[in-house]
Design a protein. Structure first.
Length: 293
């Protein structure tokens, strides 16, 4: 067991020991696949009996939903799939409303509703705040009243000291992969043989250029913006799995996990040891504060 894996398993065990009603968020991305794998190790030899929750925005790739169900089958459980039913969610438009507003409507608000409806108090997720530029300063634990993030409500927590006790009326977000880099995640996926979403691997996909990003189109989907901007086919892969209008694909020939690790190793060598791609960083804005993850 590596140091990173050992630290993550310890955090998971501490969090579950203090939880009354825990839940694991599964996005269909590589981090959630790794997280569930680590939770299974943390609970061994007891079978995993923790509910899993997925927020279906209605704008996801078919491969993502298939990966969520695959994760559930791996542990013998059916993930809870929650979809926002409000009129605002049904009428949300990522191309006119912008990324932050759109995500708040179709993902953050439904997430808060789902967490409150089921009464979950400890929420484990695969978020890596250091990688996405979140202003949580590598927080492994985030405590808050209800399910709305408030930086003024944070406790002083220190790496290596996992005080996961949750007060009545309070909820906790737990980030076991907080200090993992993207390269760490892929090396672990390779070493453990974890199955991940095929969207991460390079393939000839239909894309269009929108606001300096390559957007991957789901098969068979006709989008007015793609017609007006000129859709084309390119060899690309996704770095982050989410809503397809924000897929932000990159040109790549990496068709396997080994290829991905080699690609990130080369990137790190060219950036002084950092394997993080420039751009696409996010802060804990309004969309993240609601139902914060």
């Amino acid at each position: 067991m590596t140091v990173a894996e050992s630290n993550s398993v310890e955090i998971i065990r501490e969090a579950l020991a203090c939880a009354r009603n825990p839940v694991v968020l599964v996005s269909g991305g590589k981090e959630s696949s790794v997280l569930v794998h680590l939770i299974r190790k943390a609970c061994f030899p007891v079978p995993l009996r923790i509910p899993m929750l997925h927020i279906d925005t209605g704008w996801e790739f078919p491969e993502t939903l298939e990966q969520v169900l695959l994760i559930g089958r791996t542990v013998g459980a059916e993930p809870l799939v929650h979809k926002g039913g409000s009129r605002r969610a049904r009428e949300a438009d990522p191309f006119t409303q912008g990324r932050e507003v759109f995500r708040r409507i179709v993902k953050s608000e439904p997430l808060a509703d789902a967490l409150g409806h089921h009464g979950f108090d400890v929420v484990l997720g695969g978020g890596r705040p250091r990688e996405v530029g979140a202003r949580i300063d590598n927080a492994v634990l985030v405590f808050q009243p209800g399910h709305r993030f408030d930086h003024r409500a944070q406790r002083l927590t220190f790496w290596g000291v996992s005080d996961c006790r949750v007060i009545i009326g309070e909820t906790a977000r737990v980030f076991p992969l907080c200090n993992w880099s993207e390269l760490d995640v892929w090396r672990y996926v390779f070493a453990e043989g974890i199955r991940v979403n095929p969207l991460y691997f390079a393939a000839c996909r239909r894309v269009f250029r929108h606001r300096d990003h390559w957007i991957v189109l789901p098969p068979g989907l006709v989008v007015p913006e793609a017609k007006s901007l000129g859709a084309e086919t390119r060899w690309v892969r996704l770095r982050h799995v989410g809503c397809w209008p924000f897929s932000d694909a990159i040109t790549s020939s990496a068709a396997s996990i080994a290829d991905l690790v080699a690609e990130l190793d080369e990137l790190a060598a060219g950036q002084g040891g950092s394997s993080t791609y420039v751009g696409n960083t996010e802060s804990v804005g309004p969309a993240s504060r609601v139902g914060y993850f």
